[in-house]
Design a protein around this ligand. Sequence first.
Ligand SMILES: Nc1ncnc2c1ncn2[C@@H]1O[C@H](COP(=O)(O)OP(=O)(O)OP(=O)(O)O)[C@@H](O)[C@H]1O
Ligand SMILES: [Mg+2]
Length: 248
Amino acid sequence: MSHTHEQQGLHQPHQPQEPALIELEDLCFAYEDSPALRHVNLRICAGDAVVLMGDNGSGKSTLLRVICGLYFCQKGSYHFDGHEVSEASMRKAAFAKGLHQRIGFIFQDSDAQLFCASVEDEIAFGPRQMGLAEQEVDQRVADTCRLLGIEHLRQRAPYALSGGEKKRVAIACILSMNPDVFCFDEPLAGLDAKARAWLLGFLKQLKTAGKTLIIATHDQSLADEVADYFVYMGDFHGYEDRPHVHIN
Ligand SMILES: Nc1ncnc2c1ncn2[C@@H]1O[C@H](COP(=O)(O)OP(=O)(O)OP(=O)(O)O)[C@@H](O)[C@H]1O
Ligand SMILES: [Mg+2]
C-alpha cells in the first residue's frame, strides 16, 4: 500500500525537484528479527544540518550506520548522490572507498573509532587509505591538528587520552579526509562545558563551510542552535513509529 508523504506526517523541507544528496525510500532495517527502522522516507540535500531526535532505542544510531554504509536495509532503498548504496554496490571496493571518503562518521564511543599507536598515525590513517602522497598526508595531519588544537597530543597513544581529548582526535580523523557529510552520534556526550562550547562552535563552522551535518542527539540546545530541521524518530505526537520532519 502506498502512502503520500502527508499521510505519513512527513513535512519535507525541500521541494521534490531539488536533488537529494541522501535519499531513503521506504527503508526498513531489522537486527535479526527485531525491526529498528520502519518505512523511513527521508531526503537530505547537500549543506543541510539535520538533527535526529527520539527516545533511547528509537533507531538514531542505526539510521546513521545505514547512511554511512555500515549496515544495509532489508527493504526499501538508499541512494547517495544518485547511486544506490547496498550490500552489492558496497562490495565494489572503489565505490565503498568513495562513500567512506565522502561521509565521515564520528561514533558516540571514541574508543570504537581509535585503534592506532599514536594520534598522528590515527589522523594519517584516512588520508593514507585515500592514497594521498606522504607529503600531502603530513600536511593534512599538521593542518587538522592545528585546527583542532591537538598539536600537543600528536605523539600520544589514543587509548591513554581523556574522553574529551579522544573526541577531538576522532573528529580530526574524519576532518583530515575532508568529507562532504559529517555524521555525529551524540557528539556532546561526556564533554565538559568548555569542550561543549568548542564543539558547538566547530559544528557551526562546518555548517558555514557548506558541509552536510547529520547529528543524533538528546541535547535540545545543540539541536536548536545547529539544526535546519529535526527528524523525530519513533513515537512522537501520534505519528506512531514513522520518522517525521520538523523545520527548525
Ligand atoms: N547490534 C544490535 N543488535 C541487535 N539489536 C540492536 C543492535 N543495536 C541496536 N539494536 C536495537 O535496535 C533498536 C534501535 O537502536 P539504536 O541504537 O539505533 O537506538 P538510538 O535511537 O540510537 O538509542 P539511544 O538514544 O539509546 O542511543 C533498539 O531497540 C536496540 O535495542
Ligand atoms: Mg544511539
